[in-house]
Write a protein that binds this ligand. Structure first.
Ligand code: ADP
Ligand code: MG
Length: 575
């Protein structure tokens, strides 16, 4: 589908608004075209008659027409912009919805700041273009043709002289526009860069400060900001040049018309009324060209934004639901890895030919060196990434035969770095079950051993936890994440180093909460400290070469293999 045609599909839901706006704009244009004729008639017919009564009558008639025109212009301004903002809102909504569906791989490779640019700045100009584009273009063309026809009828010679300006103007506008196209693209790229930089620096502000690298960050920011300034200045230069050029050409030609008109009028070929009328039409004739120029300025910006919008909208999710994927209910949680091989884009395979069975209700611990692929292995179960070869089955069904939503409803993940949302404790717990009752939320908080902490807060459950939960300690955040999981109540639980960042005392409390949480669920524990997994039903040792060995804790220590090595290392240094 052509990009323009695609653009027009966004008008569909707002057809009536468009008709209202377009119709009003057309009437305004026709009235504009009629006014010079009226003036001409006024000067040539009414003035010589010298009848004061008819003159007042004509004035009153014109007044009425101006009133109508003013009202319609209001309609065009307000409802026209309403049309634009409606389309912009639709697009923004559609984009947000689409981006939410994209997969982990996309977000691994995309800066948040870029997405923010796409959803804000880029769409402003699209909204403007949506309103002005088709309407102004149509009216400009209509006015241009009609004004020229009337000018021809008044005086063909003068009309032809005026017309000489057109190719000059078209050439000037064409050249400037081409330059502007490139400048607009560059400008958008630069502002996206600035946004991405702000995003990055601000979300990492605590790291920046602790390294006292403010100056370093500022220099990077200033570079991007200066690049944006340069790009924007360049587009202003082009715009200024073209509008000055247009101004010069149109005024010069108006002057020529005045001089030739005076000459024709001396020779009795032109009445005063015709000369005045003609001069007014010259303005009307050039106005559309200026209008089109303004449009051509807006068009590349809007289109650049629209292309970026469609680019993102056309990005398919790496992991998509199969057409006949089933919406499944609660699973038992019997997980099987069948010869699974997986690697991230452009990296060597992280997992190769993994075979593993985790019966429902079992607690399996994964240990092994950092970077071996434990987190990766677990993130394949909720289908955050797609396996390259092999298959993962839950309760005997390939996870690709389930919808992602229904699959993920069955899986809960607690990670080392918990992500909390700005808001209250209550809101963050309820994130696990959006329609949870007050009693359920309290029960979840109690089971996560969060009660005494919440009671100590002056605002209780309504305590604001700051951006990403910055006002909470690591242990408190972790318990909030656990409370959230009690509410979600999934049959499969993944604990990815959930206690690794905590001190031993806090760890003990949280360990207890986690044990309660994992009761009656299939639980995959990735653990750094071996003491925390002593009671696991099974331990799987993952190394760069895959699964090295598995068994119960004591068995593995006795066997004297990889696990025994890890065990020795940890208990010798930790004591
Ligand atoms: P572990 O959890 O055992 O420490 P991971 O599963 O996190 O290991 O990582 C396994 C390997 O995959 C590492 O080499 C890591 O660099 C790489 N990796 C992890 N996540 C990504 C990602 N999102 N994109 C590309 N490579 C990744
Ligand atoms: Mg990991």
């Amino acid at each position: 589908m052509g990009v323009i045609r695609r653009f027009f599909t966004y008008y569909k839901p707002h057809k009536r608004l468009f008709m209202l706006d377009f119709g009003s704009a057309c009437v305004v244009a026709v009235l504009e075209l009629a006014f010079p004729l009226a003036v001409q008639w006024f000067v040539d017919t009414l003035l010589p008659e010298g009848e004061w009564r008819t003159i007042v009558l004509a004035g009153t008639g014109l007044f009425a027409l101006y009133l109508v025109s003013t009202g319609l212009q209001f309609v065009v301004n307000y409802w026209g912009h309403k049309l634009g903002i409606n389309i912009e809102t639709d697009m923004r909504q559609q984009l947000f919805q689409h981006v939410q569906k994209l997969s982990f791989r996309f977000f691994d490779n995309t800066k948040t700041g870029y997405l923010m640019s796409r959803m804000t700045n880029d769409l402003f100009d699209i909204g403007e273009m949506a309103h002005h584009g088709p309407e102004d273009l149509f009216i400009a063309c209509m006015t241009f043709v009609a004004a020229f026809a009337i000018m021809l009828s008044i005086n063909p010679q003068l009309a032809l002289i005026t017309f000489v300006a057109v190719p000059l103007l078209v050439w000037l506008i064409g050249v400037c526009n081409k330059l502007l196209h490139g400048a607009a693209r560059k400008m958008y790229a630069e502002i996206a860069e600035v946004n991405a930089r702000v995003e990055d620096s601000m979300s990492g502000i605590r790291v920046v400060k602790s390294f006292t690298n403010e100056t370093f960050e500022m220099e990077k920011f200033n570079r991007d900001n200066a690049n944006f300034r340069k790009a924007k200045l360049r587009s202003y230069w082009i715009i200024s040049f073209s509008s000055s050029g247009i101004y010069f050409l149109t005024r010069i030609f108006a002057l020529l018309v005045l001089m030739f008109g005076a000459y024709f009028s001396f020779n009795g070929k032109l009445t005063y009324g015709e000369l005045i009328g003609f001069l007014l039409y010259v303005n009307l004739f050039f106005k559309p060209i200026e209008k089109i120029n303004a449009l051509l300025e807006m068009y590349p910006k809007g289109m650049a934004g629209f292309k970026r919008f469609t680019e993102l909208l056309d990005t398919a999710a790496d992991v998509a639901d199969e057409p006949n994927a089933a919406e499944i209910g609660p699973l038992r949680g019997d997980i099987v890895f069948r010869d699974v091989t997986f690697g991230y884009e452009g990296h060597a395979k992280v997992l190769q030919h993994i075979n593993l069975r985790i019966p429902a209700g079992e607690t399996v611990a994964f240990v092994g060196p950092s970077g071996a692929g434990k987190t990766t292995l677990c993130s394949l179960i909720p289908r955050f990434y797609e396996v390259d070869e092999g298959a993962i089955e839950i309760d005997g069904v390939d996870i690709r035969a389930m919808t992602q939503r229904s699959l993920r409803r069955n899986i809960g993940i607690v990670q080392q770095d918990v992500f909390l949302f700005t808001g209250t404790i209550r809101e963050n717990i309820a994130y696990g079950k959006l329609n949870a009752t007050e009693a359920e939320i309290r029960e979840a908080a109690r089971r996560a051993h969060l009660e005494s902490f919440i009671e100590a807060q002056p605002a209780g459950f309504d305590t604001q936890i700051g951006e990403r939960g910055i006002k909470l300690s690591g242990g408190q955040k972790q318990r909030l994440a656990i409370a959230r999981m009690f509410l979600k109540n999934p049959p499969i639980l993944i604990l990815d180093e959930a206690t690794s960042a905590l001190d031993t005392e806090t760890e003990a409390v949280i360990q207890q909460a986690l044990e309660e949480l994992s009761a009656n669920r299939t639980t995959l524990v990735i653990a750094h400290r071996l003491a925390t997994i002593r009671h696991a039903d099974r331990i799987v040792v993952v190394t760069e070469d895959g699964i090295a060995e598995q068994g119960r804790y004591d068995e593995l220590v006795e066997r004297g293999g990889a696990f025994a090595g890890l065990h020795r290392a940890q208990f010798e240094t930790v004591g």
